[in-house]
Design a protein around this ligand. Structure first.
Ligand code: HEM
Length: 144
């Protein structure tokens, strides 16, 4: 009896997983769901403005070419979210090498992005996806 019930449950689970995978396949890319390049550009502008206003991290960018940084960030988020862009900047460890970025600074940068997404009322699930994207880069940026 138990074995039969377990088998039934497993069949149900397999079907549910297949359905979920199927739904995933047909869901538009995060890039499109965010609203394409113009929306990403707007969020990146806000993100960089938030960084510039944050005394915990803004000194780090004192000698940075800001328009170039913004362009690279837009390309990076666009490409990573499945959009038709090509990131042409340096890779993350090379870019942040010698900076010794701390976890606190990385978190402050995350806050700047979260604030930008909130400012544009990006819904929670998409916000989580963008924040996960950033979070996945922590090991390539912190302590280099
Ligand atoms: C997930 C978080 C981060 C992402 C996605 C990111 C991404 C980038 C990108 C794409 C560039 C431009 C690369 C290039 O020009 O080739 C850059 C440059 C830079 N990043 Fe980050 N970064 C992050 C976190 C941080 C943090 C926490 C700091 C320090 C507080 C930082 C400091 C810098 C500085 C100072 C530059 C300019 C380097 C230069 O002018 O040569 N970044 N970052």
């Amino acid at each position: 009896m138990f074995v039969r019930r377990a088998a039934l449950w497993l069949t149900w689970l397999a079907a549910a997983l297949a359905l979920a995978a199927c739904a995933d396949m047909h869901e538009p890319k995060l890039y499109d769901r965010l609203g394409g390049r113009p929306a990403i550009q707007a969020v990146v502008d806000e993100f960089v403005a938030n960084i510039a206003a944050d005394n915990r991290i803004n000194q780090r960018f004192a000698r940075t070419d800001i328009p170039k940084l913004k362009m690279h960030l837009v390309d990076q988020v666009c490409e990573a979210s499945g959009g038709p862009c090509k990131y042409t900047g340096r890779d993350m460890p090379t870019t942040h090498k010698g900076m010794n970025v701390t976890v606190a600074e990385f978190n402050a940068t995350g806050e700047a992005m979260l604030k930008a997404l909130r400012r544009y009322n990006v819904p929670q699930r998409k916000t989580d996806e963008v924040m996960d994207l950033l979070g996945s880069m922590q090991n390539q940026i912190v302590g280099k």
